[in-house]
Design a protein around this ligand. Structure first.
Ligand code: FES
Ligand code: FES
Length: 152
């Protein structure tokens, strides 16, 4: 079936299988590799994208259902001014090691700030679905606190 949606500001049309996930379509059909495949079962957050303003795990979204929606991927987010500030804060605090989880964290943090999150506890709750196997979260939260002070 053919699906049309807005992807990072431009309309795309793509043929998808009824059972195909948005993650698969983004990575394999549209070649957007900033969206990462981690667990494939909604537990790690590596595949996070913004769907109609909300962060979602794209491995759990059927591509056939996103017709008419707006999807933003981590590479797009990283090119925005806020996205660059998030990446800078993470780099400055040593919050990136292997980097595999980073696109998901970036995207979730970006979506949370856009919808008005301004304190560390709320951001911690927003990030519950994002797992990092390397940094132990301390440096990620340091980056978040630095950023929140900046955007207040
Ligand atoms: S790959 Fe989607 S949540 Fe892990
Ligand atoms: S930096 Fe390696 S999984 Fe988070």
């Amino acid at each position: 079936m053919r699906v049309s949606f807005r992807l990072n500001g431009s309309v795309v049309e793509v043929d998808v299988e009824p059972h195909e996930t948005l993650l698969n379509v983004l990575r394999d059909r549209l070649k957007i590799k900033s969206v990462k495949y981690g667990c494939g079962i909604g537990e790690c957050g590596a595949c996070t994208v913004i769907l109609d303003g909300r962060p979602v795990t794209s491995c759990l979204v059927l591509a056939a259902k996103v017709g008419g929606s707006e999807v933003l991927t981590p590479d797009y987010v990283a090119r925005t001014e806020l996205g660059r500030r998030i990446v800078d804060a993470m780099l400055e605090e040593g919050a990136i090691q292997c980097g595999y989880c980073t696109p998901g964290f970036l995207t979730t943090i970006y979506a949370a700030i856009i919808r008005g999150v301004r304190d560390a506890d709320s951001m911690r709750r927003a990030l519950l679905g994002n797992l990092c196997r390397c940094t132990g979260y301390v440096n990620i939260m340091k980056a978040v606190k630095r950023l929140l002070e900046d955007v207040r």
